[in-house]
Design a binder for this molecule. Sequence first.
Ligand SMILES: Cc1ncc(COP(=O)(O)O)c(C=O)c1O
Length: 382
Amino acid sequence: MIAKHIEQLAPSGIREFFDLVLGMPDVISLGVGEPDFITPWRAREKAITALEEGLTSYTSNKGLFVLRRSISRHLEKKYGLKYDAQDETLITVGVSEGLDLALRAILEPGDKVIVARPHYVAYPALVVINGGKVLSLQTKEEDNFKIKPKELSTLLKQNPKAIILNYPSNPTGVTYSREELKEIWKVLSPKEIIVITDEVYDELTYEGIHCSFASLDKKSRQRTILLNGFSKGYAMTGFRVGYACADKRIISAMTKIHSFSMLCGPVISQIAAAEALLAQKEVKQMRSEYNRRRDFFVKELNRIGLRTQKPQGAFYCFPSLKNFKIKALDFAKGLLMKEKVAVVPGTAFGEGLEYYLRMAYANSLDNLKEAVIRIERFISTL
Ligand SMILES: Cc1ncc(COP(=O)(O)O)c(C=O)c1O
C-alpha cells in the first residue's frame, strides 16, 4: 500500500530515541531543539486580542500582507536585502513547510541535492520524499564541521540541482562569516544551482554577525531561496510560522503548491508573528541568556573530557566521545538510564557520527549545572 521510497525512509533518529525518554520522571533533557523561553508577552497578548475580536478566518494564500511587509522591512534593515512583500515573500507553516515547498517546487525525479553532514534530521528525508537524491558532503571535526570549498567543488561535478545551507547549524552550532560564504559562492556561482538557506537560528548568533547568503551579490539573491521563521529566535515553535523569500518565479511556484496543500498559515499565529518582530529587546535578552549558558556549558564539557569546539550560534554543542571509546548510542542510553540526562546520539545527524553527541543548552543554568554533575558521574563509571 505504501510508496516504496516512503516505506524505506528511516524514522527520525531523534524521535526514536525520545520515545525512550517519554514517561521517565526527573529527566534533564538536553535533547530537544526547542527554546525553554515562553514567547514574548506582546506577541501572546496580540494573539489573545485577535481571538477575542474573532479573527478566525483564512488569510490570503501568501499570508497576511502586514506580516509579509514587516518581514520584508526586517530583512532590509538587518541584511540590506530587498524582497518585495507582494511577490517575493511567502508565509509558511514553519521553516519545515518552507523546506518542503522549496524542494517540491524545484526538484524533478532523481535531481540531486547537496546536504552537508552533520545535518538537521529533516533534510535528507525531505529530499527523498520529494523524489530527489541526496549528495552527502561530509564535514570534519578538524575543520570545525565547516564546508570546504574544495570538497564542495568535487561534488558539484555531479550536477546537483540544489544545495541546502544551514547556519548557524543544527546540530553543531557552527556558522559562517561573510568571507567564508563568499568562498563557497565562488565555487557555486558558475553552476546553475539553487541555494536553499535555512537561517532559522540567525537571531541566535553569538560571535560575529550573521550574513544572509542572498545578500552576497545580485546573482546570489536570484539563486537563493531564503528560509527563516519565528520558532527559535522568537521562542514560537508552537505557533508554526516561517517564511520564504526568493525570486518571484520561485515564490509563485511555492505559493501554487502551498495554496493547494496548506491554503495558508494559521491566522492567529501570523498576527502574533508580526508583533513578535517588534519584540527585539526580548530577543536580545534571550540571546544573551543562551550566550551565558553556552560559555558555562562548553567550558564544563571540555573540563570533563567531552571535547567540544565552541559553537558560534544556535543552542547546541556537538562534543566528541573519542576520548572515551564508547559509541554515542551506548553513551546516550547509559546516561539516560543511570543518570537521567537525555542527549541525542550523533548518528541522528548522518552517517559517520557514531562518536558524537548533540546537547542542547536551551535549558536553565541550574539544570545545566546539575546535568554536568550527572554526566561527570556517568563518565567516571566508563
Ligand atoms: C535547522 C532547522 N531547520 C528547521 C527547523 C524547523 O523549524 P520550524 O519550527 O520553523 O518548522 C528546525 C527545528 O529544530 C531546525 O533545527
